[in-house]
Design a protein around this ligand. Structure first.
Ligand SMILES: C[S@@+](CC[C@H](N)C(=O)[O-])C[C@H]1O[C@@H](n2cnc3c(N)ncnc32)[C@H](O)[C@@H]1O
Length: 207
């Protein structure tokens, strides 16, 4: 599919990412100036992966997206975003992989999207290719957000772009774990901030 069709498919895909934030992710990914793949932590049903896929198609890259497909804390029974129709009765756990595959296949993006089904902390020690873009959008607990930061940020190439979703400086707007990642990364002095949109923060690695 053509880039504009992929963007339209992303806008129609299931998920919670607002279109303006998805388009900011797409623009950041298509504009990154260093070689390497785009890697996403947290695939859910493939919406943000399609924004990245549009950029990958345009620039001759691949998107790697990792998720165990069992949902985050807020997707579990009794929590705000639980959807009982996602539970696989055979195992009694959420399984978003079929929906993810459907999103990517119907958009015609299987050639540019590589899905890895595991916990991000399992994949990270196996991963050595410098990343052109890293998009952090997995579990948002303090512990797991720190773990993803520690595991993945150092794998970003110098000149590459770090995207962090759900960054809310005001606790009234949302959880603070992604904001903590954003602050620590900026305070490291290794990154400069690029213009972001909504809760999407974009930073370039300078050294
Ligand atoms: C907010 S959703 C991702 C949304 C997606 N980026 C989008 O915008 O379409 C968070 C995802 O992170 C996944 N996740 C949570 N903890 C994880 C972990 N330790 N490793 C990999 N994926 C994880 C969940 O299964 C869930 O699908």
């Amino acid at each position: 599919m053509h880039v504009s069709d992929l963007l339209a498919a992303a806008q129609a895909a299931p998920g919670f990412m607002p279109d303006d934030e998805g388009l900011a992710l797409y623009e950041a990914a298509r504009g990154v100036a260093v070689p390497g793949p785009l890697l996403e932590v947290g695939s859910w049903m493939g919406r943000s992966a399609l924004y990245l896929a549009a950029a990958a198609r345009e620039t001759g890259r691949q998107v790697v997206t990792v998720d165990h497909h069992r949902g985050s804390e807020e997707h579990q029974p009794g929590w705000e975003y639980h959807d009982p129709s996602l539970v696989d009765p055979a195992v009694g756990l959420i399984d978003t992989l079929p929906r993810f595959r459907n999103t990517i296949a119907t958009a015609g993006a299987e050639d540019v999207v590589v899905a890895v089904v595991t916990r991000s902390e399992v994949l990270a020690p196996l991963w050595s290719t410098p990343l052109a873009l890293l998009f952090l959008d997995g579990s948002h607990t303090e512990e797991s957000a720190r773990r993803d930061q520690d595991a993945w940020v150092a794998k970003l190439a110098v000149g590459g772009t770090l995207a962090i979703h759900d960054v809310f400086p005001d606790p009234a707007d949302g959880g603070q774990a992604p904001y903590g990642v954003y602050r620590r990364v900026l305070e490291s002095g290794d990154f400069t901030e690029l213009p972001g949109v909504g809760s999407m923060r974009l930073l370039r690695r300078e050294r």
